[in-house]
Design a protein around this ligand. Structure first.
Ligand SMILES: Cc1cc2nc3c(=O)[nH]c(=O)nc-3n(C[C@H](O)[C@H](O)[C@H](O)COP(=O)(O)OP(=O)(O)OC[C@H]3O[C@@H](n4cnc5c(N)ncnc54)[C@H](O)[C@@H]3O)c2cc1C
Length: 395
């Protein structure tokens, strides 16, 4: 089994994967420097734009390639093999364009404007919803960012944290409490209208540019209020069950695969003078290599199987897949953390060295625990599903 090709299904996927493989090896050359400096990889983003990658999930009608969820995961995983930070950052854009295409969540004219700007100018989009007081937006807290209705639209003021890709964003979907109501609105703002405050100085994923963005009395026209939620307000958006967010586990799998590649090569070539052969043949090392393979094969098989089920399902089935997308995120991310840990045990103390990539991967992969959905949410949702299923059989 070749880990590069096992999940590839079509000639078009293989053709495009050749492009992301090349990009990935280029990104790997700069990953260490950006990690050390916590600098944003602008040159990687430029290459992703120039290669056309940023438009691959865009609808064909607007000049995109309309790739499937499972294909997007192949590329995201591949990019993360070179640099986890670049993969996570561009993954939000790729995933959002896929999600907006499939759910038709935005008004048609707004969606057309965004899609055309991606294709023509390489514009990038992300959703920035986290705030210091609410913590993870998935917990449902009301944002402190406020939208005040004014003639023709809203004036929005507030601050978002963890705003990945912020140095390169042209479009930002933010959440804000609508003044005078219990509703929370989703607003589209332009990157040029916000201030970026460079706060991102973390242990891992240091090159994602996940800084704070500050909105200071930003005018948002009413057509850019793209969604609302709140008491008594039922969203009429199509729900994809969160399938697009599989770009998150794909990213952490890519990091784990890179750690595995490094450890296997190290084990196959490192021969201390106490041994007549490389360490790969030492039983406890071989066992760890085998454990890594098993974790990777099972995690990848589950993620790609789920993505393909999504690709071939009718939209009405997507919401019911939400618990399994959460399961994939939790299972895959934890497996990726274990794989990087095993890779370091194989290599031994040299894995701690700054001039080898493993210590960066160890720090990067850890960030996956804090991307949604969080593990406790996944377990709760799965428990509810299991009980529902048994209750249904008892009726
Ligand atoms: C690398 C990276 C990139 C990110 N990029 C983005 C991005 O682009 N856009 C964006 O919006 N966000 C982004 N995030 C933020 C992410 O989605 C979370 O909002 C953020 O990590 C905070 O989550 P938390 O669970 O640690 O925080 P909190 O919600 O503050 O939780 C802190 C602790 O309290 C517990 N807790 C808090 N509330 C509850 C509750 N109601 N019930 C049970 N337990 C609770 C949690 O389990 C946790 O243990 C990113 C995060 C990371 C690490």
């Amino acid at each position: 089994m070749n880990s590069q090709t096992w999940f590839v299904q079509t000639a078009d996927e293989e053709r495009r994967l050749k492009i992301t493989r090349e990009l990935s090896s280029e990104f790997a050359k700069h990953a260490r420097r950006h990690d050390e400096e916590a600098s944003f990889p602008h040159e990687n983003i430029a290459l992703l734009r120039d290669s056309g990658y940023v438009r691959w999930t865009v609808k064909k009608e607007y000049g995109g390639e309309e790739i499937s969820l499972s294909e997007m995961l192949l590329h995201q995983e591949q990019i993360a093999r070179g640099d986890g930070s670049t993969a996570l950052a561009i993954g939000w854009h790729m995933g959002m364009m896929l999600n907006l295409r499939l759910t038709e969540a935005y008004p048609q004219a707004v969606f057309a404007e965004i899609s055309e700007s991606v294709v023509k100018d390489g514009a990038l989009i992300n959703s920035c919803a986290t705030e210091p007081a609410t913590g993870s937006p998935s917990r449902g807290g009301r944002p402190e960012t406020t939208a005040t209705p004014v003639e023709g639209g809203f004036r929005v003021t507030g601050r978002k944290t963890f705003s990945t890709l912020s140095p390169a964003l042209d479009w930002i979907q933010i959440t804000a409490g609508i003044e005078g109501s219990e509703e929370v609105g989703e607003f589209l703002v332009r990157g040029r209208d916000v201030e970026i405050v460079e706060t991102w100085n973390t242990v891992g994923m240091r090159a994602t540019g996940s800084h704070d963005i500050v909105l200071n009395d930003v005018f948002v026209p009413e057509e850019f209020l793209v969604g609302t939620r709140g008491k008594g307000v039922k969203s009429d958006r199509r729900d994809d069950g969160g399938g697009w967010m599989l770009h998150i586990p794909a990213c952490y799998l890519g990091i784990a695969l890179a750690a595995r590649d490094f450890a296997v090569e190290y084990a196959a070539t490192y021969q201390p003078n106490s041994l007549p052969h490389p360490i790969a043949k030492v039983p406890h090392v071989a066992e760890k290599l085998g454990q890594m393979e098993l974790k990777l094969i099972t995690a990848r098989t589950y993620m790609y199987d789920l993505a393909r089920r999504f690709d071939s399902s009718s939209p009405c089935a997507w919401p019911s897949m939400r618990p399994y997308f959460g399961a994939a995120k939790t299972f895959v991310t934890n497996a990726a953390i274990e794989v990087v840990d095993l890779a370091m045990r194989v290599v031994g103390a040299r894995s701690l060295w700054k001039d080898l990539p493993l210590e960066r991967m160890y720090r990067d992969v850890r960030a996956g625990l804090h991307n949604p959905p969080m593990d406790d949410v996944t377990y709760q949702v799965l428990a509810v599903e299991a009980v529902k299923e048994i209750e249904a059989t008892m009726r």
